[in-house]
Design a protein around this ligand. Structure first.
Ligand code: SF4
Ligand code: SF4
Length: 280
């Protein structure tokens, strides 16, 4: 019948109107009292009727995947070796994929050698042009750029305040983990570490060099002073000792590193053969 939908809509509005007051009575008018934090009750799933969020004193919690403008991740201030260091390597992928082209990056150079270094000297995003698509964050191979939850960016001067520079864009890793704990955890699983990829690599390299510079056993020191042919003759025995040690689980490096070492050795052999062929 003509007008039924209209009547239903009006009934719904009336029901919300009545339920708002019923809900107020149910909570004894404490829902809006400022002495206690009732925001959770008012925003809860059991609340009925129309509610008013007292913005800006109150804000509706945003979902974890909410995205506004991007920010750059830097290392936490309490990081033991890389405090405040950029995760960004200035590879430029985000600037290439950004549909409205609102990212500018200036790659850093080593002041001594003049060679490029993997960190940005300057990084700008024009947030008036940014359309919050999140492509930059999706494509970044280093998890260095993320979408922020901060949407209160209004200002009176759009020419300067809306072009965010590196200082304004940079936020610590702990901030990202606080606003998006699930995503940060998933990324960690894919990356294999809570650290930046480079930090994890440096740590592995440091551990390997520490092993290399560790004091050698007396027997090994003697072997070093022996002549090269003698050392070569002893090599198979040493290899079999290492194999035996490995079988006992005494190898000080992981299997992955052993495989890497083997690959490296073979690559060096191939290189030596190539050099020999060239010399013929
Ligand atoms: S893609 Fe990531 S690492 Fe590359 S420039 Fe952009 S933010 Fe930096
Ligand atoms: S969110 Fe989208 S539009 Fe904004 S900077 Fe990233 S890629 Fe560009």
């Amino acid at each position: 019948m003509y007008g039924t939908g209209l009547a239903k809509g009006l009934m719904l509005t009336l029901r919300h109107f009545v339920e708002s007051y019923v809900d107020d009575v149910r909570y004894g008018f404490r829902k809006y009292h400022h002495s206690t934090d009732n925001f959770g009750i008012r925003q809860g799933t059991k609340t009925k009727g129309v509610i008013t969020v007292q913005y800006p004193d109150e804000k509706i919690a945003v979902p974890e995947r909410f995205r506004f403008v991007p920010f750059l991740i830097i290392e936490d201030e309490d990081h033991p070796t890389r405090a405040g260091k950029d995760w960004c390597t200035s590879c430029g992928i985000c600037a290439k994929v950004c549909p409205p082209q609102c990212i500018w990056i200036v790659r850093g150079n080593d002041p001594d050698t003049g060679r490029p270094v993997p960190e940005p000297e300057a990084f700008f995003i024009d947030i008036d042009i940014c359309m919050n698509c999140g492509f930059c964050a999706e494509y970044c191979p280093f998890d260095a750029i993320k979408m922020d939850h901060d949407y209160e960016l209004a200002s009176y001067d759009r020419t300067t305040h809306h072009i965010h520079d590196k200082e304004r864009l940079s936020k610590p890793n702990s901030y990202w983990r606080s606003i998006a704990p699930t995503r940060a955890y998933d990324e960690m699983l894919v990356r294999g570490t809570w650290e930046h990829k480079d930090a994890a690599k440096e740590a592995r390299r440091g551990a390997a060099s520490a092993r290399g510079s560790a004091p050698q056993p007396a027997a090994q020191t003697e072997a070093e002073t022996a002549s090269a042919p003698a050392a070569a003759a002893e090599a198979p025995a040493a290899t079999s000792e290492a194999t035996a040690a490995s079988a006992e689980g005494a190898t000080p490096w992981s299997e992955d590193e052993a495989k890497r070492e083997e690959r490296r050795r073979k690559a060096l052999e191939r290189k030596a053969k190539r050099a020999a062929r060239r010399g013929q």
